[in-house]
Ligand binder design. Structure first.
Ligand SMILES: Cc1cc2nc3c(=O)[nH]c(=O)nc-3n(C[C@H](O)[C@H](O)[C@H](O)COP(=O)(O)OP(=O)(O)OC[C@H]3O[C@@H](n4cnc5c(N)ncnc54)[C@H](O)[C@@H]3O)c2cc1C
Ligand SMILES: NC(=O)c1ccc[n+]([C@@H]2O[C@H](COP(=O)([O-])OP(=O)(O)OC[C@H]3O[C@@H](n4cnc5c(N)ncnc54)[C@H](O)[C@@H]3O)[C@@H](O)[C@H]2O)c1
Length: 500
């Protein structure tokens, strides 16, 4: 029986990052992947959907400029757009693959072996792999990292056929832009694809969520901006309604809604996308003799350690946030714990996120909603993109940023959100400041390049310190500065309390 120091199951972002980190410790690593190298980080997931988004943004910009000149946009061919998406995912896969090939072919013993097959943990030190040709082999291993990811959640009454009613895994089965699509679930995936389809301009998008608004976890000012842009882009958002049924009738999708007042309405569309969350891939992964504990949200773990001492769980298979950067963080951390004897615990405090909407929304730390849930008092300053020279130069002034700080003299940063062009680039400085536990004074003093979007953050910090260049009480239509104290907002601009 072939023996390894480590067997990593699943070669998505989490498993791949874990395997590569183990090479740094000169370990003999086996990486097993059941489907495609890269997992949902590439395929039907992060990279593919972001490529759709980037292409749709470009098309929407070109159409806008042509329309300004009274010209029509030539019809795009779906196949060409689809091929661009495939080029992007193939390019990244080739990179990941070539690293593995190089590592496999080195002469040293401590390297990586990649096997394509489905892994099953028979004992804490033995993994059975069913290879592509149906044959099986059993390998020995000192440690195991489970990184099998997640898949779209299905609802009992809606049959996903990936032809008419799709999950996010079925987007790539489309052969043309649908004329209409209903998206069930207005969370991140639903809203990102609503943005993509409406940007291309060939699809009438309907959006339904069981909550009373889209993106239920985000602050209302952000949601309002995104909802407003959806509606400008002809997206129909169903509010205060409940889905009674959704089914395929004569090659189209019929769905029926019931409104709060009891009225019912029937809609017919070409396609549906169901995006109501994801579930962890934990079925048929270990034998009942292996006592790994799990619940419906994923593998129970403490700092990636499962209830079996030599087995760790990382990425979407756990109940933490389901993101590529989190998966990579956890994958690398598990390896540092196994081979590096680190005492450092994982922290999710300064994780930066981006939602690819219209415009993009980037965040780090807490939003106002989360601060309130935690019972914190806080100060929050917001500034419109109209006040930021870089946004003016790009003529992309649809957006705003906000910084949330503790309601005391230290003004430690609790979180930040940016909605607008280049939002993700502006978040990094704040993420580092949260990591270093710095107050906003330091941000106010930095010299930022000009013109840059981050100058807006600097002005927000200066406003909180009472020493901004743009005086907020003179620019009230573009700047707000408030404190949340004991369940109420106080307007710091009106009371002239800034800097106190
Ligand atoms: C549409 C969409 C868009 C997204 N956009 C973003 C984004 O913009 N930014 C972001 O940070 N995150 C995004 N995500 C989330 C991100 O893709 C996931 O959080 C990330 O891929 C999780 O990585 P993972 O390695 O844990 O799991 P996965 O990427 O799911 O990989 C797990 C791998 O394990 C394999 N596997 C499963 N079982 C076995 C087995 N028994 N044996 C062998 N192999 C097995 C699977 O085939 C798969 O390749 C998006 C997800 C989706 C669906
Ligand atoms: N840009 C990014 O970082 C990015 C992009 C896409 C996905 N992701 C990751 O993938 C995860 C999964 O995304 P998702 O959008 O599937 O999940 P989600 O949890 O973000 O959203 C699911 C939505 O479905 C709604 N819902 C649930 N059950 C419903 C029902 N029966 N009827 C109607 N609506 C219902 C919920 O209210 C929620 O708004 C995200 O949480 C995120 O971690 C990240």
């Amino acid at each position: 029986m072939e023996k390894f120091d480590l067997c990593v199951i699943g070669a998505g972002p989490s498993g791949y990052a874990a395997a590569m980190r183990a090479l740094d410790y000169n370990k003999k690593v086996l990486l097993v992947e059941g489907k495609k190298l890269g997992g949902a980080g590439l395929w039907n997931g992060a990279l593919s959907s972001k490529t759709w988004w980037e292409l749709s943004r470009q098309i929407s910009t070109v159409r806008h400029h042509l329309n300004l000149q009274g010209k029509d946009m030539p019809r795009l061919r779906f196949k060409e757009v689809f091929n661009e998406v495939m080029n992007a995912t193939n390019m990244r896969q080739a990179q990941l693959q070539s690293q593995i090939l190089h590592a496999e072919n080195t002469d040293v013993d401590e390297n990586i072996t990649f096997k394509r097959g489905k892994a099953f943990i028979e004992t804490p030190n033995q993994v059975r792999i069913t290879l592509e040709d149906g044959s099986e082999e059993v390998v020995g291993t000192e440690f195991i990292v489970m990184a099998t990811g997640s898949r779209p959640r299905q609802l009992p009454d809606i049959k996903i056929d990936e032809k008419y009613i799709l999950s996010s895994d079925g987007i790539e089965h489309l052969r043309d832009f649908p004329k209409s699509i209903v998206i069930l679930g207005a969370g991140v995936i639903g809203c990102e694809y609503a943005t993509v389809f409406s940007n291309f301009g060939y699809t009438k998008v309907h959006l339904i969520d069981k909550g009373n608004r889209i993106l239920p976890f985000e602050d209302t000012d952000i949601v309002k901006r995104i909802e407003g842009n959806f509606e400008k882009n002809n997206v129909l958002i169903h509010r205060n309604s409940r889905l009674i049924r959704m089914e395929v009738v004569e090659d189209r999708v019929e769905y029926e809604l019931e409104y709060h007042n009891g009225r019912k309405q029937l809609f017919t569309v070409e396609k549906a996308l169901v995006s109501v969350g994801r579930v962890p891939n934990i079925e048929n992964l270990w034998s009942e003799n292996v006592k790994i504990e799990k619940d419906e949200r994923g593998v129970i773990n403490d700092d990636t350690k499962t209830t079996v001492s030599n087995i760790h769980a990382v990425g979407d298979i756990t109940s933490d946030m389901a993101l590529v950067n989190i998966g990579e963080l956890e994958g690398r951390h598990a390896i540092d714990q196994i081979f590096g004897n680190t005492n450092k615990e994982l922290s999710y405090k300064n994780v930066s996120t981006i939602m690819f909407l219209n415009p993009e929304v980037a965040g780090v730390g807490l939003n106002e909603q989360q601060c309130k849930e935690k019972g914190y008092n806080f100060r929050v300053v917001t500034m419109d993109y109209e006040c930021i020279p870089r946004a003016i130069a790009r003529q992309l002034t649809d957006g705003f940023m906000k910084i949330i700080v503790t309601d005391d003299n230290d003004m430690k940063i609790l979180g930040m959100r940016v909605v607008g062009f280049s939002a993700s680039a502006s978040i990094e400085a704040i993420a580092l400041m949260i990591h270093l536990n710095l107050g906003i004074e330091q941000m106010a003093e930095l010299v930022h390049p000009h013109p840059s979007i981050t100058e807006g953050i600097q002005e927000c910090a200066r406003i909180l310190c009472g020493k901004s260049i743009l005086k907020p009480h003179l620019l009230k239509e573009h700047v707000t500065c408030r404190a949340w104290r004991s369940g109420d907002y106080i307007d710091l601009l009106n009371l002239n309390l800034i800097g106190e």
